[in-house]
Design a protein around this ligand. Structure first.
Ligand code: ADP
Length: 172
């Protein structure tokens, strides 16, 4: 598996599956979640999510991508940061692992991830990036390309640095 980093918008990625940083109700929201719902087609995405019956923190569930370039959306629920001693790291690792498992079940070969939990949920970006890179590189999967999509230059620089030291690649 190759892991690369880009600076960009998760909704515009031309990959088999994109990951959505969702909430437990899968009801849509702000940040990545709002952007994914809008770009996919809000009504269809809302109906597809409603049929999934919610999603626990650390778990992942798929819907079609509808109007997106990506064929599927893998919705995952990251932990809310509560200071770091409330199982946040374990839950965030679980998000990345479960997204790859769901991608494998779908037959997706390329998957793009946003920086799960680092927005409204408050996970410190560098620590979240370390969890992302080490978990992805340590998980057995049939996914061939993982793209880490940073939404700002500082996050992109962190990914680039971590991938250089862990043997991944930074693109763009
Ligand atoms: P969470 O609730 O899991 O913290 P957010 O959606 O609030 O999720 O933010 C997660 C990260 O995604 C943040 O770093 C935010 O800057 C970034 N982000 C927001 N919109 C987009 C987008 N359209 N594409 C990629 N990343 C985005």
């Amino acid at each position: 598996m190759r892991v690369e980093a880009v600076l960009g918008d998760i909704t515009r990625q031309d990959v088999d599956a994109i990951v959505n940083a969702a909430n437990e109700a899968l009801a849509g929201g702000g940040g990545v979640d709002g952007a994914v719902h809008r770009a996919a087609g809000a009504r269809q995405m809302h109906e597809a999510c409603a049929r999934l019956g919610g999603c626990a923190t650390g778990d992942a569930k798929a819907t079609p991508g509808f109007a997106l370039k990506a064929r599927w959306v893998v919705h995952t629920v990251g932990p809310r940061w509560r200071g770091g001693n409330a199982g946040e790291e374990q839950a965030l690792r679980s998000c990345y692992r479960r997204c790859l498992e769901v991608a494998d079940e779908l037959g997706a070969r390329s998957v793009a991830f946003p920086a799960i939990s680092t927005g409204v949920y408050g996970y410190p970006p560098r620590q979240a990036a370390e969890v992302a890179v080490t978990t992805l590189l340590g998980t057995e999967t049939k996914v061939e390309l993982v793209r880490l999509v940073a939404f700002d230059q500082a996050s992109f620089d962190i990914y680039r640095e971590l991938l250089a030291s862990h043997g991944g690649r930074a693109g763009q």
